[in-house]
Design a protein around this ligand. Structure first.
Ligand code: SF4
Length: 182
């Protein structure tokens, strides 16, 4: 309860860096496409092999898999606050761009990834700010044990996936720590 009160008093947060930095956004998106546990896609929406692979991964059929998209993922931020962070148009004939808080890049509502989770999209400025705040607060409130675990995980990811940008490795390690220590 205290945490909710504290969050509600936080000032409006700055835009996430990848939303405005094309190079960083591209690096994070490419890492999300390549990472075995993320597999962001498909590049071509009519790529049936991707949807088949996704259905196999989730042990379901393709029609069901196609209903779990960035557009309804819990991490997909399309709040007015986030729209203001986007440098250009966010819409096209297939859907729209939003910010992915899980993997830190601008993803498309008609695509998806292996870590999709129900409950989105984020449409409210307050919820968007809370996601941003939680990332920062989680950093500050972690115990030494958690911080040590995260450091080891980042080192492990660096060894296993040397091409993955460091901020992407940090984001992955933080997500894993959130689940492990929740
Ligand atoms: S975590 Fe959600 S919003 Fe991010 S890429 Fe995956 S499906 Fe899209």
């Amino acid at each position: 309860m205290l945490k909710v009160k504290f969050l509600s008093k936080l000032p409006v947060l700055a835009c996430p860096l990848p939303a405005k930095d094309l190079e960083l956004n591209t690096r994070n998106r490419n890492a999300a496409i390549k990472a075995d546990h993320i597999q962001y896609g498909p590049l071509n929406l009519s790529d049936e092999s991707y949807w088949g692979r996704l259905a196999d991964h989730w042990k379901t059929d393709e029609e069901t898999a196609k209903k779990s998209l960035c557009g309804n993922c819990v991490a997909f931020d399309i709040s007015p606050r986030m729209d203001d962070c986007m440098p250009g148009s966010v819409s096209d004939e297939e859907g729209r761009l939003g910010y992915c808080w899980m993997h830190h890049f601008k993803c498309h509502s008609a695509r998806t990834c292996y870590t999709w989770a129900a409950g989105g999209p984020i449409k409210d400025n307050k919820v968007s700010s809370e996601w941003a705040s939680k990332n920062e607060l989680n950093e500050q409130k972690r115990s030494k044990k958690e911080k040590d675990w995260i450091s080891k995980k980042i080192s492990y990811l660096a060894k296993e996936n040397p091409e993955t940008p460091n901020d992407q490795r940090v984001a992955i390690a933080l997500n894993m720590a959130n689940k492990k220590f929740e």
